[in-house]
Unconditional design. Structure first.
Length: 165
């Protein structure tokens, strides 16, 4: 027996995750969306995956372009996350955007940006699983300052007291 969709969403809301903006394109033809379904795949070759809704214009453009960037947001970028999670026009008017080595937009304030080329796209249910080979990594800032998302809210990382014993 399968878990009901509502119960699945309720459970997944408890899975804290880094907030990322996934981008593709160049110049005036840029697309992006907010995602938390991002994970490492392998270190040989270095690769990651991102899951995007089949209806996402960003996912469709990534499949066409063959290139994308994963921007892991800092806690100061919650407004950027909200903007890219919406369907408003002019998403790239917020933040300072640079071109990654392969051309996809990279947010200057991200904790880390992964510049990727698509190695495969796999449809699964309502989403596309996009696997990208990482061509370049740009790190800046404090990784403990990454923006997190859990139970419908943004937050940050707080280290636990060190365990003794």
């Amino acid at each position: 027996m399968m878990v009901e969709a509502g119960r699945f969403r309720e459970g997944m809301r408890r899975l804290a995750a880094s907030v990322c903006v996934i981008t593709t394109g160049q110049g005036d033809d840029r697309h992006g969306c907010t995602a938390t379904a991002v994970s490492s795949v392998s270190d040989n070759p270095p690769s990651l995956l991102v899951c995007l809704n089949l209806k996402s214009a960003t996912g469709q453009r990534i499949a066409e372009n063959g290139r994308f960037a994963v921007n892991v947001l800092s806690a100061d970028d919650a407004h950027t996350a909200s903007r890219f999670a919406s369907s408003v026009a002019g998403k790239f008017e917020v933040g300072e955007w640079l071109a990654a080595d392969q051309g996809a937009p990279r947010l200057a304030t991200s904790v880390v940006a992964f510049d990727c080329k698509v190695s495969s796209v796999v449809p699964s249910g309502s989403h596309l699983i996009v696997i990208g080979e990482i061509l370049a990594i740009d790190t800046q800032g404090d990784p403990s300052g990454a923006l997190l998302y859990v139970d419908g809210s943004y937050g940050g990382f707080a280290p636990c007291a060190q365990m003794v014993g």
